[in-house]
Design a binder for this molecule. Structure first.
Ligand code: 3SL
Ligand code: MG
Length: 240
């Protein structure tokens, strides 16, 4: 088995991803938000790239919830922002959500060539990693790719840290595994800060940007590990 990590969504190599099971990570905050929404009973999430596309969905079906962000903040006329804390059970249960975010929704779309695509975050990492390993081994798939969404089309530290947690679990579950250099770097970084990711992330760009925007509680939320059991798959352009 081979593990390959992409540093941000534009770095995804179609030839490399196409025969793999992929896990897409936008820890802060898109995949954490989607996972939490599904775990709170949202029926499905349709990620779209543009605000116009999202509005078009709503004009056809007004029961859709529009969620997402630009510049980290709620989009004008949308129902919800991109804070996981907004996606409460009483708001999202049984509802269909259209989401557009700067990097996360694009990263999912960029991964469409993979055989299967799962959403990753600290909040459900263990269950997701176990499921990916089981499915890959069952179908004799020899590659797992980790797609970090990145920030502003660049490498972002929080996604790499979370990727390192996945690499750790894949290594433990597989024993014999070949990992590329970014997977190795993310693993080593994760092991150094696994007990307190804030210790390193407090010096990082996007973490600080969200802090300045007043989203400290989101940072706490997204950095807590494994309190969510659900596994989210992106299939036929829908997250369920
Ligand atoms: O880039 C994204 O997709 C967002 O998750 C960014 S933010 O954390 O909502 O600012
Ligand atoms: Mg992000």
């Amino acid at each position: 088995m081979k593990i390959v990590t992409f540093s941000h969504y534009k770095d995804v190599d179609e030839k490399e991803i196409k025969d793999s099971v992929a896990v897409v990570i936008d820890l802060l905050r898109a995949t954490s938000v989607m996972i939490w929404a599904i775990s709170n009973g949202a029926e499905k999430i349709i990620p779209v790239e543009s605000i116009e596309e999202a509005r078009l969905f709503k004009s056809v079906e007004e029961t859709f919830i529009l969620g997402g962000e630009r510049g980290g903040l709620k989009i004008e006329g949308f129902d919800l922002d991109n804070s996981p804390l907004s996606y409460k059970k009483e708001v999202v249960c049984g509802r269909k959500i259209i989401m557009t975010t700067t990097n996360g929704t694009r990263a999912l779309k960029r991964a469409v060539m993979a055989k299967r695509i799962f959403l990753g975050s600290f909040i459900n990492a263990q269950k997701t990693a176990e499921y990916i390993l089981k499915e890959a081994l069952k179908k004799d798939i020899q590659k797992i790719t980790i797609v970090c969404a990145g920030t502003e089309e660049k490498f972002t530290l929080e996604d790499i840290l979370c990727a390192g947690y996945f690499v750790d679990m894949f290594k433990n579950g597989l024993g014999d595994v070949e990992i590329d250099d970014l997977s190795l770097a993310s693993f080593e970084l994760y092991k150094k800060f696994e007990n307190d990711p804030h210790k390193i992330l407090k010096y990082s760009y996007h973490y600080n940007r969200l802090k300045q925007l007043g989203f400290e509680k989101d940072l706490e939320f997204c950095l807590r590990k494994d309190f969510v059991d659900c596994i989210c798959e992106y299939k036929n352009l829908v997250v369920e």
